[in-house]
Design a protein around this ligand. Structure first.
Ligand code: CA
Length: 456
């Protein structure tokens, strides 16, 4: 194994003055009760019982952004079930973001300027912001990836007019349809932000089926809600996004689902919790308190007995504003794909804490690397990121990925040793088409792919 994956970050963060930590603890104890109806006394007792004075957060306040899809659940549950408050973070504001572009704009300005300190992200947005590649004036704003929020829970929806034309997980039977459309009105597919998860899933799926996403179809960025409207009016053929949107398409009889991301890459990395590095550097204990709250929410969410309640909390008007039933079925691994196919398999459901391959919450550096390599594949990032066994990509990942903070938070929260990965790499990954990604040999992976925008 390379140094990159063996190396655990040894960075030490600044210790804050004992005085301010004590003040923060007192403030935390006197803050809002974790759950409605709790008396001040109960709240105080709970906070003290669960907060080691040495771990008391430097602040109780933070503003986190989220997009109303199942990926946001650990943040919402941590707030609603009192898990943030339990670790002293009594004043967490969750701010619904209109789009990924607004989330990016808001983290650029930070909470002091009316924006956000961090929150939910597609990958590799934190790395692209750190590099100043998607910010105003290419300003470099260092960010830290702190944990993964979820695996699965995403899919590729297709407009009903394409029913019965062979568009499914495997596209061999639909190739002639794409060719035919190319000369008239090209097949149009949307994602919610360029160069990240949704764009990458749709590209991977098309390319695996021999369809060139840059030459054979038209791909564009559209916010999820608008995509549904466009699909209704017939101007959109496909889109890729998180639950509940693909499922709504089926229930509203607008379209069907060609594939779940769980089918494309079982137990794949999906969205992450990341924050501005300056906030984390200033508030290392508060960061770990947030992480502990999220970890507890993730464990709570993975208890399937809690999922009905989870769907009700998320569906509420102030969060997703939709009937809980739309979330409840996919949450049990039940998908009506809308083309006669049904999936009833718990292993295909969204997972937050642990899946068949181990930890979901832990941010594997090998997964950051896949997202960067895939950006190189499509020409979004220059090839020098993967030269010399991806030295530049690894340098960036070592700067952005703070798996060391995840480990510290997990230990402080008393997480079982068995649930704490021993390596920063999850090892070799396999996709539905048989392609393998060996994080030790990213160039080999790129070489094995037929459709790509780089030559090796
Ligand atoms: Ca997603």
């Amino acid at each position: 194994m390379s140094d990159f994956f063996q190396q655990f970050s040894r960075r030490k963060f600044l210790l804050t003055a004992g005085l301010s930590a004590t003040a923060a603890l007192l403030k935390g104890c006197l803050g809002n009760p974790p759950e409605p109806g709790n008396s001040q006394t109960q709240s105080t007792v709970r906070s003290v019982a669960n907060t080691n004075p040495e771990q008391a957060p430097e602040t109780t306040k933070v503003k986190l952004g989220y997009i109303p899809i199942v990926e946001a659940a650990p943040l919402i549950i941590a707030k609603e079930k009192g898990f943030f408050a339990k670790y002293g973070m009594t004043d967490v504001e969750l701010s619904k973001q209109a789009s990924w572009g607004s989330a990016r704009d808001n983290v650029e300005i930070g909470s002091a300027g009316g924006g956000i300190d961090g929150g939910q992200w597609q990958m590799p947005i934190p790395h692209l912001i750190t590099e100043g590649l998607i910010t105003k004036g290419n300003q470099k704003i260092p960010m830290y990836v702190l944990c993964q929020l979820i695996t699965h829970g995403n899919g590729i929806a297709i407009a009903n007019k394409h029913q019965g034309k062979g568009i499914s997980l495997r596209l061999a039977a639909a190739k002639s349809l794409f060719t035919q459309l190319k000369s008239t009105t090209p097949f149009t597919a949307a994602f919610t932000f360029p160069h990240v998860n949704q764009d990458l899933w749709i590209r991977y799926w098309l390319a695996a089926g021999g369809i060139d996403p840059d030459k054979d179809v038209k791909l564009l960025t559209v916010p999820s809600a608008q995509t549904v409207a466009n699909m209704k009016t017939g101007t959109m053929d496909a889109f890729s996004t998180g639950d509940p949107w693909p499922y709504r398409i089926v229930k509203d009889k607008i379209g069907f689902m060609a594939a779940l991301t769980a089918e494309i890459w079982k137990n794949h990395p999906e969205e992450y919790f990341a924050m501005r590095a300056d906030w984390v550097d200033k508030h290392p204990k508060a960061t770990k308190a947030l992480l502990k709250g999220i970890m507890e929410a993730q464990q709570w969410l993975d208890n399937f007995d809690n999922r009905k309640q989870a769907a009700e909390i998320l569906g509420a008007r102030n969060y997703f504003n939709l009937p809980a039933q739309i979330l409840a079925e996919p949450y049990q691994g039940k998908y009506d794909m809308g083309d006669g196919r049904t999936i009833d398999d718990k292993s295909m459901a969204a997972y937050y804490w642990k899946d068949e391959k181990g930890s979901v919450s832990y941010p594997y550096k090998s997964h950051d690397l896949w997202f960067i390599v895939e950006n190189v594949r499509w020409g979004f990032l220059p090839q020098d990121y993967i030269a010399n066994n991806a030295a530049k990509a690894k340098e960036l990942i070592n700067k952005v990925n703070r798996e060391d903070l995840w480990r510290e938070a997990a230990k402080e929260a008393g997480i079982a040793t068995a649930d704490i990965p021993t390596s920063t790499s999850r090892g070799i990954e396999e996709f539905f088409d048989g392609t393998k990604f060996n994080p030790e040999k990213p160039e080999e992976y790129l070489r094995s792919l037929k459709i790509k925008r780089v030559s090796l």
